[in-house]
Ligand binder design. Structure first.
Ligand SMILES: [Zn+2]
Ligand SMILES: [Zn+2]
Length: 624
């Protein structure tokens, strides 16, 4: 079965078992200001897992296109991709462990046709410090399922991932018990950090074994399912939302949910018996096209071809979902994907435009299953090709500059980087190709210039803060902090396209301009006030950290519309984890915790909402 057939078979399989297959959510989350991208199948469904009623019922399924920007620099191995599809099914207070584990096992072995003897599973070991028992129930279900295939599945007590390297895979071992760091799901990830009222539960993962891959002892003495050497590949995880943290410890939830996610690309790789996901039917045609365009083969150029295939597939879906390349947020990540693809194409000797050859191949792979790809095909190709051309022009300008030098030192490399966006790896490579000499200390020279520029932008940032915000009295700090909360509230109400278009603070009030196409209704104003006052009541801590600009934007930190940043920025955070109310790039003065805004029994109140200019609204608000 190829990947497309597996996706289709999965939809048929879950439909026969009473699920409604819902459309994928876009890669850019709607109404969620805290993240840039949809990174899992669970993310768009979280409100329903937490109790909201879903219009399609209590058995849902989909294939969720997902994107994880934090993995960009790690692409190149045989299993990681920034973009992937997650097959998902959910029980909202309906079926539970027995059905879920049996179905997934049946799907893998009887539908996809995987050999049951290649499958290994993990279950939750229990957590004595929190009084949560071992997940015996899941273990027994697994034991029976394997027995039905004639396999006597032995239990293996592991503990943590580190313990796994000493335990290994004992003879007959197939059901592995890991601790909460591996087999417990909750928002925020750590069992000990769960606040009262928070749901969580054990999960159970399935791994496929590529038994011809020898364990690499650099990871640890012995191989085990959670080892990263590549012998075992996780292909699916069933989360059982079973418990609620209460004042008195953990109690069973009255309504228990199942959240299942399985990597389509990985299941397809297992089905091929090949650990390289780039060989599956959704990626291999892109690799073949690259071989064809470059005249080089995949075996000798694996990393470059994987990076290009991954990045352009992701960029294609981002374009379909409405992202265009820019210097901000999602657009910035997309620009980076295209630029990296072009840079890696240089490694393959592809020095002319090649996206017009590759993107149609990607569209072909998906348009039968995703009508939006068919509908947006021409536009998507045009967006990506235009971005490639613009970047190549930048590179050409840089190269021209390059020809002026006979020796290239770190300062010249910095100038190319700073003025033309010429990646330093390309510069050094180009110098090498031309036989141009580089001094031994070019890197130090380059870094020194970079540091100088960072200092300049920090100073500029401070200057801007003094000029723009006008003071740092306590009253100013309060209104400035309230401005962050107001922006978050507005983005929560109107979506993440909403952005600051101006701000002014006096001792008496804040003023905030933002893009919106209509006059706010009374209900919308009331909702904004309610959100801001809610965050003030929660007395959230306000803190900041310095981040490289790139990373800040990838984290989803927002800044004023049209702002230009230095290489490093201050990111202010109010609240954390699931209580994150605001994440903003900012140089301004803030209070230490949001409760200070209520000092003297004050409340946040919007006193005016009016037009400022075309498409821009203006709010004046006070603490009274
Ligand atoms: Zn291993
Ligand atoms: Zn601020």
């Amino acid at each position: 079965m190829n990947a497309q057939e597996i996706r289709k078979a999965y939809f048929d399989f879950v439909t026969e078992r009473g699920h409604v297959v819902i459309p994928r959510a876009k890669l850019v989350p709607q109404n969620d200001p805290t993240t840039l991208f949809t990174g899992s199948g669970m993310q768009p469904l979280l409100p329903y897992l937490l109790g909201a009623e879903h219009p399609a019922g209590v058995r849902l399924a989909d294939s969720q296109t997902s994107f994880r920007a934090q993995d960009i620099d790690e692409i190149g191995d045989n299993r990681h991709t920034t973009f992937f599809e997650m097959l998902g099914n959910w029980s909202l207070g309906d079926y539970f462990k027995k059905e879920q584990l049996s179905w997934f096992f049946e799907f893998l072995t009887d539908v996809v046709g995987l050999d049951a003897s290649k499958l290994y599973v993990t279950v939750f070991q229990g957590d004595t410090s929190n009084n949560i028992p071992k997940d015996e129930q899941s273990a027994e279900i697994w034991k029976q399922l394997f027995a039905n295939k004639g396999i006597d599945a032995g239990y293996v007590e592991v503990g943590s991932e580190a313990d796994g390297y000493n335990v290994g895979v004992p003879a007959g071992g197939r059901i592995f018990f890991y601790d909460a760091s591996k087999n417990w799901w909750c928002r925020g990830g750590k069992i000990g950090d769960m606040p009262v009222g928070e749901p969580g539960g054990p999960d159970s993962e399935v791994f496929y074994e590529f038994d011809f891959i020898e364990h690499d002892t650099k990871y640890g003495p012995l191989c085990h399912p959670n080892c990263d050497c590549g012998r075992f590949m996780e292909i699916g995880n069933s989360v059982f939302m079973e418990y609620l943290r209460t004042e008195n410890g953990f109690e069973k939830l009255p309504k228990q949910n199942v959240d299942f996610g399985g990597g389509l690309e990985r299941i397809a790789a297992a089905s091929l018996g090949n650990p390289d996901v780039f060989k599956i039917s959704l990626l291999n045609p892109i690799i073949e096209k690259l071989e064809n365009l470059s005249g080089k083969n995949y075996e000798a150029n694996t990393v470059s071809m994987r990076v290009i295939a991954d990045h352009l597939r992701a960029a294609t879906f981002l374009a379909v979902d409405g992202v265009t390349p820019s210097n901000k947020e999602q657009g910035y990540v997309m620009r980076r994907l295209v630029r990296r693809a072009v840079r890696f194409a240089f490694d393959l000797g592809i020095e002319q435009n090649f996206l017009e050859g590759i993107v149609p191949v990607i569209a072909d792979l998906y348009e039968n299953d995703y009508p939006e790809i068919k509908a947006g095909r021409d536009e998507v190709i045009a967006i990506l090709v235009k971005e490639e051309k613009a970047f190549r022009q930048t590179l050409r300008n840089g190269l021209k500059e390059f020809n002026k030098f006979s020796e290239i030192d770190g300062e010249a490399l910095f100038k190319l980087y700073d003025t033309y966006g010429f990646p330093v790896e390309l510069s050094t490579e180009e110098a090498f190709k031309r036989g141009t000499r580089l001094p031994d200390n070019w890197r130090q020279q380059f870094d020194a210039k970079l540091e100088e520029q960072r200092n300049r932008s920090r100073t500029a940032e401070k200057g801007a803060f003094k000029g723009g915000l006008g003071g740092d009295s306590l009253q100013h700090k309060k209104y400035h902090t309230a401005t962050h909360l107001l922006q978050s509230a507005l983005r929560q109400i109107f979506g993440s396209d909403l952005r600051q278009h101006g701000s002014n603070i006096t001792e008496e009030r804040l003023r905030f301009d933002f893009n919106l196409d209509h006059k706010m209704t009374d209900a919308e104003i009331a909702r904004a006030e309610e959100l801001v006052n809610g965050w003030i009541d929660q007395d959230l801590p306000v803190s900041y950290k310095l981040y490289p600009t790139e990373q800040a934007l990838e984290m989803g930190a927002i800044g004023p519309f049209g702002e230009r940043y230095g290489d490093e920025v201050k990111v202010y955070q109010m609240g954390e984890g699931d209580q994150l109310a605001s994440l903003e790039i900012c140089g301004g003065p803030h209070v230490d915790h949001t409760g200070q805004l209520a000092e003297g029994d004050k409340k946040f109140k919007i006193i005016k909402e009016e037009a400022s200019s075309a498409g821009i609204r203006r709010i004046k608000a006070v603490l009274v």
